[in-house]
Write a protein that binds this ligand. Structure first.
Ligand code: PMP
Length: 397
C-alpha cells in the first residue's frame, strides 16, 4: 500500500497561520512573468538593458502596490526573503546603527522566534534587551512597558497578532507609549494583514507573502526612510543599499497581488469564516468528555477571526495532530515553527498556562479557501480522533 492509498479521500487544511495555498490572484499575477514573459521578464532588475528594465518595471509596480497599501513611499519598502529576514533586519539594523546612542530593545515575551532569537543574540552583543511579560489573556503588560520605556530606548518590537493564539495586541497603546517616550516601534504584522486594519502608525512593519496567499520566501520590511537602518546583507546596492542581493521579482509580485487580494477580501472573509471558526470551537469543546478537559486559549481576549487554539488537558497536542493527520486534517500543535520538538510553547507559558497543559495545545487556523465542508470533516472525525489520542501512550491524567 502506498502512502497516498493509506490517506483518506477527504482532506481539510486548517493550518493557514503556518502557510496558505497560493491565491488565484497571485498565480494570475506571476504567470505572465513565468509563462508569457519567460523570454522577456527574466532579466536582472539592476541591468540597464531591455531585459533588466522589464523586470525592474514589474518589481517597481509591486513596490508601489505594497507602499500604497501602507500609505508609504515606494522608497520605504524593502523586499526581503520573508518576515524572518524582515524581523532580523529591523531589530539588528536599528539597534546596531552607529547613530543609535541608546542600544536598548524592548520586546514582548510572546514574540515569534524570529524576534526573540534576534533579541537574545543582540543581548549577547551588548544591547540592553527587556522582555515585557503578558497577562493570562496574552496582552502585553502596558504598565511594565511604560516603566521599561523610562530608560531611553531605541526600539520596541511587538507583533500585531500572535501566530499561535490569534490574540490581537493592544498595538495602538504600544505605539503611543513608545512614541511618547521617543522610541521607534517595529510591528510584526504577518498574522494581522488581511484580517484586521494594519498598524499604519508603526515605524517599521514586517510582512510575509506566503501567509497571504503569495509565494514562500518573499516578504518586506516597511521602514520609514528617516530611520537609520544598518544593512545586514552586504554586497550590491539593491533595495537602496538596505538589502544586497538580486531581488526575488516573482516573489515580490506575488506579495503585492496577495496583499491586494487579502485586503479586498478582508471583510467578506471575516463574515464567512467567523461562524465556521465559532462552530468548530464550540463543537470541539462540547465533544471533549467532561467540562474542563479542554480550554479555548484567549477566549476572553480580542482575537482574529481565523484562529482557534485549544488546550486539551489529558492529551499531547502532537499525538492529536498525528491522529488528525491520519484523517486528512492538517493543523498545528502550538507553533508550526517549533513543531517536531516537544517543548511547551513559550507563548502559552508566558500566558501562565501550566507547562503540562501547554503540551496539549492544538491550533486550527482557517483561511481564504477554507470551506464549511472542511469544518464538517474535522467535526465528523474528531470524536474518533480524540478517543484514539486519549488511548495513546502520551496521554496524561
Ligand atoms: N512572524 C510571525 C508572527 C509568523 O507567524 C511568521 C511565520 N511563522 C514569521 C514571522 C516568519 O515569516 P516567514 O515564514 O516569512 O519567514
Amino acid at each position: 500500500m502506498t502512502l497516498s492509498e493509506s490517506r483518506p479521500n477527504r482532506r481539510a487544511y486548517l493550518d493557514y497561520n503556518a502557510t496558505s495555498p497560493l491565491r488565484r490572484e497571485a498565480l494570475d499575477a506571476i504567470r505572465p512573468l513565468l509563462v508569457e514573459g519567460l523570454d522577456t521578464h527574466f532579466g536582472n532588475p539592476s541591468s540597464i538593458h531591455w531585459a533588466g528594465q522589464a523586470a525592474r518595471r514589474v518589481l517597481e509596480d509591486a513596490r508601489g502596490t505594497v507602499a500604497g497599501f501602507f500609505g508609504r513611499k515606494a522608497s520605504e519598502i524593502i523586499f526581503t526573503s520573508g518576515a524572518t529576514e524582515a524581523n532580523n533586519l529591523a531589530l539588528t539594523g536599528v539597534t546596531h546603527h552607529p547613530r543609535d546612542a541608546n542600544r536598548r530593545l524592548v520586546v514582548s515575551a510572546v514574540e515569534h522566534p524570529s524576534v526573540l532569537a534576534v533579541a537574545d543574540r543582540l543581548a549577547g552583543l551588548g544591547v540592553d534587551v527587556v522582555r515585557v511579560p503578558v497577562d493570562h489573556n496574552g496582552a502585553i503588560a502596558l504598565d511594565v512597558l511604560e516603566q521599561a520605556l523610562k530608560t531611553p530606548t531605541t526600539l520596541v518590537s511587538v507583533a500585531h497578532v500572535n501566530n499561535e493564539t490569534g490574540i490581537i495586541s493592544p498595538i495602538d497603546a504600544v505605539i503611543r507609549l513608545a512614541h511618547e517616550h521617543g522610541a521607534l516601534v517595529h510591528v510584526d504584522a504577518v498574522q494581522s494583514v488581511g484580517r484586521i486594519v494594519p498598524p499604519l502608525a508603526a515605524d517599521l512593519i514586517s510582512i510575509s507573502a506566503h501567509k497571504l496567499g503569495g509565494l514562500k520566501g518573499a516578504g518586506a520590511l516597511i521602514a520609514r526612510s528617516d530611520i537609520p537602518l544598518l544593512a545586514q546583507n552586504l554586497g550590491g546596492p539593491q533595495e537602496r543599499t538596505h538589502r544586497a542581493g538580486t531581488e526575488n521579482v516573482v516573489g515580490a509580485v506575488s506579495l503585492a497581488a496577495a496583499l491586494t487580494a487579502s485586503e479586498r477580501a478582508r471583510e467578506s472573509e471575516r463574515e464567512r469564516l467567523t461562524p465556521l471558526r465559532d462552530r468548530l470551537e464550540a463543537t470541539l469543546v462540547a465533544q471533549a468528555q467532561s467540562p474542563g478537559d479542554v480550554e479555548i486559549i484567549g477566549a476572553g481576549a480580542p482575537r482574529v477571526f481565523n484562529t482557534c487554539t485549544l488546550v486539551f488537558k489529558h492529551i499531547e497536542g502532537d499525538t492529536l495532530l498525528q491522529a488528525l493527520d491520519l484523517e486528512g486534517v492538517a493543523a498545528s500543535s502550538g507553533s508550526a515553527c517549533s513543531s517536531g520538538s516537544l517543548e511547551p510553547s513559550h507563548v502559552l507559558l508566558a500566558m501562565q498556562v501550566p507547562a503540562s497543559q501547554a503540551l496539549g495545545a492544538i491550533r486550527f487556523s482557517l483561511g481564504w479557501a477554507t470551506s464549511s465542508e472542511d469544518i464538517e470533516h474535522l467535526l465528523d472525525v474528531f470524536p474518533r480522533v480524540y478517543a484514539r489520542a486519549k488511548r495513546a501512550p502520551g496521554t496524561r491524567t
